[in-house]
Write a protein of this length. Sequence first.
Length: 439
Amino acid sequence: MFGTMGSSSKAVAMNRDILTLFKVEGNDFSWEAGFTLSEVNSLGPKSLEVVVKTLVGSVVLWQSISQEDAKRRGIKCCMDALDIFDTAPAKKQLSDRSVIIYPAYSLMNLIAKNKTNTFVPPSNMSREEFLETMAENFVKETHYQQYHLCRALAFQADVMRRHGKYEDALSVIDEMKSVYNPQLHSRAIMKEYVTDHCSDLAAVSAFWLHHYGRNDEALRLCDRVVDTMLTEIEATELVTKLTILTPICRTLINQRQTSAAKKARELFRTHVSDPAALAGSKAHPALGMCVPIMIILKCCSSGGGAYADLNTDVAYMLNRNDPDWFETGCLSYFDAAWSTMCAEACLCLAKITGYNSQSQDKSSALIKEGLKCLEVSAKTLEKEYGKIVNSMAYSYYSQILSELENLSAPVCFRPMAEEGMVLCGKVEKTNVPCSLNAI
């Protein structure tokens, strides 16, 4: 206000009073001394914003005063603003940095272009080195701000996926991955948008790649997600880890290799299943999906043999009571009906129990339960006039149905809702490979 009126000196004095508020032990702010390192480290995100904006505003005020000392102080204010912003730990808590620091970079560039302006770079840096470092930092800051672009591209890919345009979505995700830096963007996205949708979409796209026969790319992306994206998710964010690791585990299991299956099992156990069990009733309801998924992983990594808590898992699948929203939630995030995943858990358990003559009743019950689950899948995936809701989910459903029918032949199964379902005959043992989310 005072600056607009031509009273730059009064406006500068007001800014000095504002900056004094952030000094410790009642010390007044001095344009020459600035802030100590401990004072900078103690600034919270809001305080940091006020300090930097006030210093940047003071640059313009000082430069408007036709005195050499005023111009020198203006240059120092700009350098101090850049140094404080670069040093302050609270910087990491700011989601939108553009309005805070971008003007300081621009002003410093204008100051440097004027050859009559003299300034002493910090840390014994040469003028050339200082300006090059400043330019690099400005570029880094604009990269950080691109987390909004990353989120927008993830949104675009998700819309394409919901419309069945998977290959178009993969192209958009390639663009997103070229910008997205998990170490730089993940936590900013989580703070602004609650969930890091970029890591979610990157993870699920690994399964899409596998589905379309691009398996080498799928495996490389799995490694990238686990090594660079999963590590940025807080240990308490179990739902996010569930949405990231479920498609990764689907892709690994479909390699039909025991080593890949064991890797999937341990990833899911370490990051999702065990922490969810420890959380107990405090865990998010979505983590109820952990048990059937973990059952499939245990079965597929057991080499077809029984494992320690097999009977407990059988009892769980025959008596589970999942909320209805699991069905559509799973379809939205994993391109699979939840009922189909439960049917596969039953299928995997039935294969193992079917090899034991004393467990034939369990195997038969599991097959029956699996086919019952697939009735739900048919209703979820087949709408009026035979329209398929999700082609990838339907492919998975069809494969699990085929394997269950082969395992229990002769079985007559008609998935149309109006015809119902007929089971007959006895269970026969067949050596069908375990195939989580087979396609």
